[in-house]
Write a protein that binds this ligand. Structure first.
Ligand code: CAA
Length: 289
């Protein structure tokens, strides 16, 4: 959990303390950065911090982390509900707020006037157009997509997404930081769903259609991919893990942007979301959690 590579991003602000934001804050702190984790209520921030504590404690219980490392990581994380205050000293701001274009764009427009001119602005969006997320933001060359994967501390990939305006210096700095975080970066052009969500969601939707039409049980559809294709987790279980609501929003967006019938969300998925069967976070999805 310590390293010798110089860390350009000594101070990082993470906006949004949900599953992704908490995981991102944790890996940044593990890399040695001082992290300010912000959300709109003290309760959300507290929940995010608890999530980080729990993960680190499990690491200690498993013998993967020492108690000293756990404490050092936690000591590098402070929390706040003050968004502008969180970002004022930051060298890097990573946004992980809900997947709503207006929300993300408004946030970056507001912050680009508050942060230092060389502060890199990054969005963890999993599919939205980054050109739109960063529209009207001061200093578009410092804007980039940093798409992390759930569970953030365990997943090796970091998908970096460049817009037409992203500067090479930004790409270089964020690529070096990705390695510091212990992640393998890939560089993708700003396009609907990037590389990961476009392929991953496509597989997940087809699995739901197969389940809906009775091709096989959820367990057997998942086994087909786990045992037959070597995926770590089947597409239905993964949809439960990510959240049916999250994947439905991505599917609707990709259906519109790519005009491809493969991204048409199955009726079953819409019904399950309407009934609150959102997957792991609600206790029920294709599986009971
Ligand atoms: N601290 C430290 N290490 C830990 C840990 C902790 N709290 N918890 C687990 N680990 C370690 C384990 O010790 C284990 O290490 P070894 O391989 O050295 O033994 C490793 O992490 C794997 O953990 P487990 O054995 O407990 O669990 P697993 O093998 O079942 O793997 C998983 C869990 C990594 C989540 C795996 O199931 C997986 O890769 N699933 C697919 C996840 C995925 O596809 N995520 C992407 C979702 S899409 C997304 O996120 C994008 C989006 O925009 C929504």
């Amino acid at each position: 959990m310590t390293n010798t590579i110089p860390n350009t991003f000594s101070t990082v602000a993470v906006l949004g303390a949900g599953t992704m934001g908490a995981g991102i804050a944790q890996v940044c702190a593990q890399a040695g950065s001082s992290v300010v984790l912000q959300d709109i209520t003290a309760e959300f921030v507290q929940k995010g911090l608890e999530r980080i504590r729990d993960f680190l404690q499990k690491g200690v219980d498993k013998g993967k982390t020492t108690a000293e490392q756990r404490d050092a990581v936690l000591a590098r994380i402070t929390t706040t509900t003050d968004r502008a205050g969180a970002c004022r000293q930051a060298r890097l701001v990573i946004e992980a707020v809900p997947e709503k274009l207006e929300l993300k764009n408004g946030l970056f427009r507001e912050l680009s006037a508050v942060v230092s001119p060389d502060c890199v602005l990054a969005s963890n969006t999993s599919s939205l157009s980054l050109a739109k997320v960063f529209a009207g933001v001061q200093g578009p060359a410092r804007c980039i997509g940093m798409h992390f994967f759930n569970p953030v501390p365990l997943m090796a990939l970091l998908e970096l997404v460049r817009t037409a305006a992203t500067g090479q210096a930004t790409i270089d700095a964020v690529t070096a930081y990705a390695r510091l975080l212990g992640k393998e970066p890939i560089l993708v052009v700003d396009s609907p769903g990037f590389a990961s969500s476009r392929l991953g969601v496509c597989l997940g939707l087809e699995a739901i259609r197969m389940f809906e039409s009775g091709v096989a049980s959820a367990e057997d559809i998942d086994k087909a991919m786990v045992l037959g294709y070597g995926h770590p987790m089947g597409p239905l279980k993964l949809t439960d893990l990510v959240g049916l609501d999250v994947r439905l929003a991505i599917a609707d967006y990709l259906r519109k942007e790519l005009d491809h019938p493969g991204f048409q969300a199955p009726e079953l998925m819409r019904r399950m979301v309407a009934e609150g069967k959102l997957g792991k976070k609600s206790g029920q999805g294709f599986y009971r959690w």
